[in-house]
Design a protein around this ligand. Structure first.
Ligand code: PLP
Length: 396
């Protein structure tokens, strides 16, 4: 039989999706499952974006430009300017989701065997994108006890080797909900300049910051034009995960030219989704105000309920819509599966993402889960109640 590549065999399973078959079985047995495992918001997509797809007279559904139309990129640049990010449309390559932006970025800046340093826990698919590009993730631990703040710069420095190409951060963080401060970004800036590295910031949750805090983008920093690369997406901003549109932004011309070659190789992003994404830029501020208010309430509800569980540790997220909870058990992978296979209360159970997949250090995060607060408050309260009941019954 022809052989699958080593790379293919090494591709990690998604910790967010790997328990899906168990959830499906639970449903077949007549249970309803609260999905706290995946960052698929239940928030309505702006009508203006949906209407752009419905009300158009396209007769030939043609390819779009590989880098995205100039009109869309000019509007995107204006959106960034409103967010204190002064870039030109020439600094943008439109991609098929933030996922493709990450793939293209790693493809453009790394060679086989290169290393990127990432504070962990991190968005699990960074592992997959790195494996696909034949590069090593070098994790640096951030701790639940500091709310997952930036690890000491000296600790980063210890990990830098001749193979290190970049530091990758997610701001605000998935799965931690941590929001990096301007000071932390400036520390990273000094470090990447000192060691001539790229600084990649995944800012797909930019809008989702709470408690009056402000998001500070690496693109707002001066003096790192050659180093800074920003990843972005419409998925979460407009609750348009299915559109599959994102972009990569950098003032480094050589990087953009290289990324464009990747974009040309895949021809274009989907035309209908581009229409919707361009229209979504007209979304009024009131939409975001309402969405943020809803997420703050959900976060507050979730954290309040979780804190009622004995011996559970959780840090209050400042942004995005996830939190990591440390449970009074040894093996959260087993617990999460057990909740789907063996546990239910009134024919209801919960699906969470075991956090071990968000770490690349073996043995880390084994007693932690990631919770996405993408359900309404009542569902969140019931979900935490189910977790509490499950912990009481779980004996391993
Ligand atoms: C941190 C982070 N980056 C990137 C992505 C990729 O999103 P998409 O490809 O839908 O734009 C996600 C999706 O959940 C994410 O959480």
């Amino acid at each position: 039989m022809p052989k699958i590549s080593k790379k293919g065999q090494m591709m990690p399973e998604s910790p967010i999706r790997k328990l899906v078959p168990f959830a499906e079985d639970a449903k077949k047995r007549g249970n309803s499952v609260f999905h706290l495992n995946i960052g698929q918001p239940d928030i309505k997509t702006p009508q203006i974006a949906l209407d752009a797809v419905k009300n158009n007279d396209i007769e030939v559904l043609s390819y779009a430009r590989s880098e995205g139309s100039e009109a869309y990129r000019i509007k995107l640049a204006a959106y960034y300017k409103k967010n204190k990010i002064d870039i030109s449309e020439k600094d943008i390559i439109v991609t098929t989701g933030g996922s493709e932006a990450l793939l293209f970025t790693l493809g453009s800046i790394t060679d086989f065997g290169d290393e990127i340093i990432i504070p962990e826990p991190f968005y699990a698919n960074y592992n997959g994108f790195s494996t696909a590009n034949g590069i090593e993730v070098v994790p640096i631990v951030s701790s639940i006890d500091t709310g997952f703040s930036l690890p000491e710069i000296e600790e980063f420095e210890k990990l830098i080797s001749p193979k290190t190409k970049a530091i990758l951060i997610c701001n605000p963080g998935n799965p931690t909900g941590y929001l990096y401060s301007k000071e932390e970004i400036e520390k990273l800036k000094a470090l990447v300049l000192k060691h001539d590295l790229f600084l990649i910031a995944d800012e797909v949750y930019r809008e989702f910051v709470y408690d009056g805090m402000q998001h500070y983008s690496i693109m707002s920093e001066t003096g790192i034009d050659q180093n800074a690369i920003m990843i972005d997406s419409v998925s979460k901003r407009y609750s348009m995960c299915g559109a599959r549109i994102g972009c990569v932004v950098s003032r480094n011309k050589e990087f953009i030219q290289t990324t464009l070659k990747y974009a040309q190789a895949r021809l274009s992003s989907p035309t209908y989704a581009l229409l919707a994404s361009e229209a979504a830029l007209e979304t009024p501020q009131s939409y975001f105000d309402e969405v943020i208010e809803e997420y703050v309430e959900r976060r507050n509800t979730l954290i309040k309920e979780l804190k009622k569980i004995k011996d559970l540790k959780v840090s209050t997220p400042k942004g995005a819509f996830y939190c990591i909870a440390e449970l009074p058990i040894k093996d959260a992978d087993d617990f999460a599966q057990w909740m789907l296979e063996k546990f239910s209360d009134n024919n209801e159970t919960v699906m969470v993402a075991p956090a071990s997949g968000f770490y690349s250090t073996k043995g880390s995060g084994e007693n932690q889960i990631r919770i996405a607060y993408v359900l309404n408050k009542e569902s969140l309260i019931r979900s935490v109640e189910l977790i509490k009941l499950a912990l009481e019954q779980y004996k391993r």
